[in-house]
Ligand binder design. Structure first.
Ligand code: SF4
Length: 482
């Protein structure tokens, strides 16, 4: 049977409510006043974007929420979404000195949300683009966190930044791939609109290599930033993988973000393959959307999973079950639809988990979500940008100080460079790449315009002929319409 939506709109809204409500003004002041405003604060060191945390918290103690938001957003333009999706327990809050004093850490994430929500609610722009552009153009490939971090920094430095993305709206993973109960896509769309107001142009529905050729981008821009993230889910390589109810976990999460909650199809018995944070987001949302059973299947043991411990605890609280040391060996079908998985126990080996012969059994499922990692894009990028060096693990090679690749005017950041880290790391890398681009082009400005030969491109490459930029608010409407 094809899968169907399982619950009504009111129940879905209740189940998908945010776990922690925003602070009231009084709660925020009380929490901010707990901060010790440490010198050489370890929380700052633990933040990949280096937000001056004690400074913004001090501003909250005096009700200067606009100033607090400015401190946050100047360091991290996606401060509103990071306040919701950062694993703060592992970053700033995990480094808070209050823990050494055997007290609860300062709730930095919630305070950050308090300040950034304030400026969003009252419509104050605390960041501004440069008063004059410097005439230099940069193409940003990918409107996800890395691309947005790069574009915003470039706009503030005076560059004409244009972001290209194949989706109908910007934000990347923040708009399409985060658990709905952690963050509404509107928060991410509002951030994109804020960056648009800095002077950044966005062109959506554009796929590099199909609609736009890299040669044209290189010819028409002074630099290119690659922030396209990762590709589709890795293949399982087992019979039945192409059945309609075997779905990429990120695609399932995107369904939740692009259609009414009560119209999202969910299986009664859901299997989630993998045990990273995407797997946890998928299994918890499947349960919250009405699945009777939602089971994580992982080839190794609990100690080996890449999901954070607090995410694991959340999934258990939501009623998810875990099958460790287990792999699927076949997707079982009836009349063209998934009815189960043939599973087998594994034994840990040095390199990969191996199936234990004779341990196979069939377990009923009607939806299988793949969260077994995503394909790297380096091969594709290597074909699109001849000369781009890729390492033995299939990652684009780059200078970590500047994010510059083997092609002098091509920079990279986010998952396309790292292979998959947190949103905040992607923002930091995008920003670092913007500084690297600025260092390159500001140096070039002193020695004359960059010639095509310096871009690694022949003279006389063809023009691009892009359509007029599409405005974000039009795409928000398109996204809501699905
Ligand atoms: Fe405040 Fe904790 Fe940072 Fe110290 S480490 S400044 S107490 S948030």
């Amino acid at each position: 049977m094809p899968i169907q939506p399982l619950i009504d709109a009111a129940t879905a809204a209740l189940n998908m409510a945010e776990p922690k409500p925003p602070f009231s003004p009084q709660e925020a002041r009380i929490e901010a006043n707990r901060c010790l405003f440490c010198f050489d604060a370890p929380c700052i060191m633990a933040c990949p974007t280096g937000i001056d945390i004690p400074t913004f918290i001090r501003k909250i103690t005096t009700d200067n929420l606009t100033g607090a938001a400015r401190t946050i957003l100047e360091a991290n333009v996606l401060g509103a979404s990071c306040a919701r999706v950062c694993p703060t327990q592992m970053l700033c809050e995990g480094a808070c000195v209050m823990l050494d004093l055997e007290k609860d850490p300062i709730q930095i994430g919630r305070l950050q949300r308090h300040a950034t929500d304030h400026v969003a609610a009252v419509g104050i722009d605390v960041l501004h683009g440069a008063a004059h552009t410097n005439g230099r153009k940069v193409a940003i490939l990918g409107a996800g966190p890395a691309g947005l971090g790069c574009a915003a920094e470039l706009a503030r430095l005076g560059y004409e930044a244009t972001v290209y993305d194949k989706k109908p709206a910007g934000g990347g993973l923040n708009t399409y791939g985060i658990a709905y109960y952690k963050m509404r896509p509107q928060v991410s769309l509002d951030e994109v609109r804020m960056i648009e107001r800095l002077g950044v142009a966005f062109r959506y529905g554009v796929e590099i290599g199909r609609d736009v050729q890299p040669a044209d981008l290189l010819r028409d821009h002074d630099a290119v930033f690659i922030g396209i993230g990762l590709g589709g889910a890795n293949r399982l390589g087992i019979p039945g993988e192409d059945l309609p109810e075997v779905v990429d976990a990120l695609a399932f999460i995107e369904w939740i973000h692009t259609r009414p909650l009560a119209e999202v199809p969910v299986g009664r018995r859901v299997a989630v393959l993998g045990c990273g944070n995407t797997a946890i987001d998928a299994v918890t949302q499947a349960k919250r959307l009405g699945a009777d059973e939602a089971t994580i299947i992982y080839r190794r043991g609990a100690d080996d999973m890449s999901a954070y411990p607090f995410e694991y605890d959340l999934a258990k609280t939501d009623g998810a079950t875990f099958l460790f040391d287990t792999v699927p060996v076949e997707v079982v079908a009836q009349d063209g639809h998934v009815v189960g998985l043939k599973l087998a126990k594994t034994t840990a080996c040095d390199v990969r988990a191996a199936v234990v012969p004779g341990t196979e059994w069939i377990q009923p499922f009607d939806l299988v979500l793949k969260a077994v990692g995503q394909e790297k894009q380096a091969g594709l990028l290597g074909r699109l940008f001849p000369g781009l060096k890729v390492d033995a693990k299939g990652r684009v090679e780059y200078d970590p100080a500047t994010m510059q690749t083997s092609l002098p005017t091509v920079f990279v950041g986010g998952d396309a460079a790292s292979g998959g880290r947190e949103v905040v790391n992607a923002v930091a890398e995008g920003k670092k790449a913007a500084r690297g681009i600025h260092a390159l082009l500001a140096g070039a400005a002193e020695s004359g315009p960059i010639q095509p030969s310096r871009l690694g491109m022949p003279d006389g490459a063809v023009g691009s002929g892009f359509d007029a930029p599409v405005r974000v608010h039009e795409l928000e409407a398109a996204l809501k319409r699905g």
